[in-house]
Design a protein around this ligand. Sequence first.
Ligand code: DER
Length: 227
Amino acid sequence: NPQDAWKQMAGVAAAELIKDGMVVGLGTGSTASFFVQALGLRIQQGLQIVGAVSSSQVTQTLAASLGIPLTDLDTHPELDMYVDGADEIDPKLCLIKGAGGALLREKIVASAAKRFVVVADPTKRVEQLGHHYPLPVEVVPLAITPVSRKIAQLGARVKLRQTGATPFITDNHNFILDCTFPQGISNPAELDAQLHRIVGLVETGLFINMASQAILGGPDGVQVFQP
Ligand code: DER
């Protein structure tokens, strides 16, 4: 479908940014997978890089099956570039991420990178965060009920993410709450600060001032945005 074609255009364009010798963070999700596949192709053509994965999901298996040499943050605590998708991208490149449940490791790897490039299709661009996707937050299971109540007091509808009848468990053995703010998120930085004051909440899917550039595939080809 056209959205996949647009995601692939973005992924391929981001792979063109990678140079020999780089240490590259590999994002999670379908758009990031197109990037990883394009990167694998360039490695087969001789590109010399190492990759740091952001989840045990498709990234790790995909990267390994494509012959991408993998490293970790102990060996490489600072990465040259992180490439990942997003659920929503606002005009300042603040993001909502986490639909894939990997937000904590994604944010850890993104924060280790000198440069974070978002790859997406145009449907991810929004004027204001929070109208199309809920905001995922990662929560220690012990604290799930008090944390849920406190987020609800901030005006959100809070839903425990489940796989069938059981709670979704992240790579870090935590739960995910999907938080819907009916009026959207007018001040992402303020909300992020409020959420981080809630004990037992580990991380949010708000990526603020982290991405430096967005590459969007679309009907008019590839477009690059920076705030
Ligand atoms: O879960 C995530 O953070 C993913 O990166 C998500 O935000 C984008 O996934 P997609 O590229 O499959 O739409």
